[in-house]
Write a protein that binds this ligand. Structure first.
Ligand SMILES: Nc1ncnc2c1ncn2[C@@H]1O[C@H](COP(=O)(O)OP(=O)(O)OP(=O)(O)O)[C@@H](O)[C@H]1O
Ligand SMILES: [Mg+2]
Length: 359
């Protein structure tokens, strides 16, 4: 039978496309040697944001630069010579409302009705303007010993979904699925690991905190303190350009002693602001959902900040590790030396790319 998803050169492959605030990341994933494997990848960074902080690809308002995104995406795919037209893409966490609800056990059909009803209380938009999705994410015995079904309610404004559909259609691609980025990150970083973990994705403009327990996403939180805040602090603190500050930050991170400790002194208040948000998310989760977060896992480009895990562990008093995005994903051996650095940057794109293989 003709399979439209089968490319001319071998097996089925999918594109994972992560449109961030300052970059577009693409991976192409195919099955190789019995596991999903990276066959192509690339990132297009809009350096504009370093010169003009307001020039973002994606902004949290709905005034998106759609046409520019389409052009950038087409350019990137042409450069990479990707084969597949089939895309799984992420919705930035700030575009969705994610709420954990608890229900007494009931059949799915009833649950769907209850959800529509309950959703109204939690969503700051009319229900007709959002698309709802819900995932069963576990059970809990409440104080009276009654079993409660935990359900994650995800709602995304319809115009946000329409925007994504338009972008991919205009780029000549076939959008198979859209998911919030926390789900993609959790798929890649947690796999079968049951440890209750807060995944801290430090991007350029925002940090997303996703609490995952037994592989299930339970809570999502965000802050605007992120990698860009550190760059801007360095630029104004040392009175240098953002571009230069970015280089310095990447080279030295929080390391450096004596005369070189100035950089970390400038950045630490902003790192602390990110950690404060992690602390807040952790205590909210532990108070409201009666679980204990046993580990913090960093990802996103900001996770490459040298010395971050050690500092964060000291501040938070919980083990902090950098997520291993390629633990379950194959890649060409020539990439070995750069895997630890590109891993955090491509976490979400990888999660999107392997989605169809994981099902
Ligand atoms: N080696 C490094 N050391 C410190 N920071 C780094 C390093 N490499 C990248 N970063 C930072 O990571 C950030 C970009 O991360 P990422 O690519 O995950 O962001 P994004 O997904 O485009 O943004 P967002 O998630 O906010 O939409 C930038 O602030 C960049 O300076
Ligand atoms: Mg990101």
């Amino acid at each position: 039978m003709w399979n439209p998803f089968r490319s001319l050169f071998g097996g089925v492959s999918y594109l994972g496309v992560d449109i961030g605030t300052t970059s577009i990341k693409v991976v192409e994933i195919s099955r190789r040697g019995g596991k999903p494997s990276l066959i192509n990848y690339g990132v297009l960074e809009s350096y504009g944001h370093l010169e003009r902080p307001n020039n973002a690809i994606q902004t949290s308002t709905l005034k998106m630069l759609d046409n520019e995104t389409v052009e950038l995406l087409k350019m990137l795919l042409a450069q990479l010579k990707t084969r597949s037209k089939n895309v799984v893409a992420s919705l930035p966490a700030f575009s969705a409302f994610v709420t954990l609800l608890e229900f007494p056990s009931m059949p799915d059909a009833e649950m769907a009705k209850a959800m529509q009803f309950q959703a109204r209380q939690y969503i700051p938009l009319p229900i007709s303007e959002v698309t709802l999705d819900w995932i069963k994410v576990g059970e809990r015995h409440d104080d009276q010993g009654v079993v409660k079904q935990q359900v994650l309610l995800i709602s995304v404004p319809n115009d946000q979904i329409a925007k994504y559909k338009n972008i991919f259609r205009a780029a000549g691609l076939n959008l198979i699925a859209l998911e919030i980025e926390s789900l993609s990150a959790a798929r890649v970083l947690m796999a079968d690991d049951p440890t209750p973990t807060a995944i801290v994705d430090i991007g350029a403009r925002s940090t997303n905190i996703a609490v995952v327990d037994k592989g299930n996403l339970k809570m999502n939180a965000q802050t605007d303190f992120a990698g860009g805040s550190l760059t801007q602090a360095v630029a104004s603190g040392l009175n240098i350009s953002n571009r230069r500050a970015e280089e310095l930050k990447k080279r030295q991170g929080l390391l450096g002693t004596g005369g070189e400790s100035e950089l970390s002194t400038i950045m630490l208040p902003f790192v602390d602001a990110i950690l404060q948000e992690v602390r807040r998310a952790k205590s909210t989760y532990e108070r409201e959902y009666h679980g204990t977060i046993e580990r913090i896992m960093t990802t996103g480009g900001g996770a490459n900040l040298l010395g971050l895990e050690k500092y964060a562990e000291g501040q938070l008093g919980v083990p902090v590790v950098k997520g291993a995005s390629f633990a379950k994903i194959g890649y060409p051996s020539s990439l070995e030396p750069i895997i630890p650095t590109i891993g955090p940057v491509f976490t979400v794109a990888l999660g999107l790319g392997v989605r169809q293989f994981a099902q």
